[in-house]
Design a protein around this ligand. Structure first.
Ligand code: 13P
Ligand code: SF4
Length: 355
């Protein structure tokens, strides 16, 4: 199922309020408009902060107030003093920003920016999964809908999943959803058996072990850094496994000069910016190219749609207060159980509009 075809079962609660019929659209943007300058002006006028994930296009990363992984973005959203959060990422991330900030306006440039993991884990099926395992604690990856969060006990990200699983009492059985590769990786790291949901990320699933080994043979000194959403066959060859922020930090702090990077390709933009003296190479897919390592959902957000979101005040995240409260609890448990915040890539205090 691709972006724009958001699958919805009857009970799923819609959390995105679309732009009204008479809202400004792409057709209304004059070709000569200086988008960056207009976005900066609107950001000041509306006391807005722009948060961006590392998988966004480089032009969006470059004008964001804060660029981060899912955990740092959740923390940044929780800590902002701005009135409006423009979330340049996917829907579940913008939902998290709203769940931790109910009084703020949260905008998502494209209402259809979903995630294959969210789509693979519908609330009704997840509820049945929980009911079939009543004595289990449900640990759920943040890449899921607000409704699935509300049905979970603890949320995790790729940056803290292992740390949180290690805190669960040994006699407590665990359900881990929805990413089976991240779940299997945490099982291998902790030795802890878990019952896994069978979801995957379509971007990380397409990396080719054969092509990765061929690339490594051509760059024998390159270190391989991989995201734990990759299948085991890719992770088995990695010198380092971590969340996007930790992959970036590995490249910055390592004395090595050449790296093969197995995650969505736009993380390389930040790596090249932060470490221009290092060579970063995108891991290949089955056809030997890296171009398939592009998230089609993240790609729906553009500078034009970011500008329109600020003009229109939409698409906007909204949800029933009861759902928000229920989804907040497992997210708060995650923040309480996470390792202390580490230095993130912050250009300025969150909530201070850029000049
Ligand atoms: P992190 O940035 O938390 O590593 O997550 C990667 C991802 O797939 C987000 O959708
Ligand atoms: Fe979802 Fe994968 Fe895209 Fe992340 S990269 S938003 S996990 S589809």
């Amino acid at each position: 199922m691709g972006p724009g075809n958001r699958p919805r079962e009857e009970t799923v609660i819609e959390t995105v309020v679309p732009a009204p019929e008479d809202a400004k659209s792409l057709r209304d943007i004059a070709p000569a408009l200086d988008l960056e300058a207009e976005i900066a002006r609107l950001r000041r006028e509306k006391n807005a902060v722009i948060l961006a994930h590392y998988y966004q296009d480089g032009d969006i990363q470059d004008l964001a107030d804060f660029v981060g992984d899912s955990l740092d973005l959740a923390r940044a959203a929780a800590g902002t003093a701005a009135d409006t959060i423009v979330f340049c990422g996917v829907r579940f991330m913008a939902e998290v920003a709203k769940i931790v900030n109910p009084t703020k306006t949260v905008l998502l440039p494209d209402a259809n920016a979903g995630c294959s993991l969210e789509e693979a884990c519908r609330p009704n099926a997840f509820r049945a999964f929980r009911e079939a395992h009543p004595d289990h604690v449900a640990i759920t990856y943040i890449n899921c809908s607000a409704e699935v969060k509300a049905l979970s006990d603890i949320i995790v990200t790729s940056a803290n999943a292992e740390h949180i699983v290690r805190q669960i009492p040994a006699d407590k059985p665990i359900l881990f959803s929805p990413d089976r590769h991240l779940g299997a990786y945490v099982m291998r790291r902790t030795g802890r058996p878990m019952t896994l949901w069978n979801g995957i990320c379509i971007v990380h699933e397409q990396f080719s072990e054969r092509e990765l080994l061929a690339l490594k043979a051509r760059h024998p000194r390159a270190k391989i850094t991989a995201h734990p959403e990759c299948p085991e066959g890719i992770l088995a060859h990695a010198d380092h496994v971590g969340s996007t922020r930790n992959m970036l930090r590995y490249v910055l702090e390592s004395p090595d000069k050449e790296f093969i990077v197995a995650t969505e390709k736009h993380l390389l933009h930040q790596m090249q910016k932060a470490a221009p003296d290092k060579t970063v190479i995108a891991a290949p897919g089955a056809d030997g190219s890296c171009d398939c390592a592009r998230c089609p959902y993240m790609a729906l957000n553009t500078l034009e749609k970011l500008y329109l979101a600020l003009v229109n005040g939409a698409p906007r995240i909204d949800m029933p207060e009861d759902l928000r409260r229920r989804a907040y609890l497992p997210l708060q448990r995650m923040l309480d159980m996470s390792p202390p915040a580490t230095q993130a890539m912050r250009r300025q205090p969150i909530g201070v509009a850029a000049e």
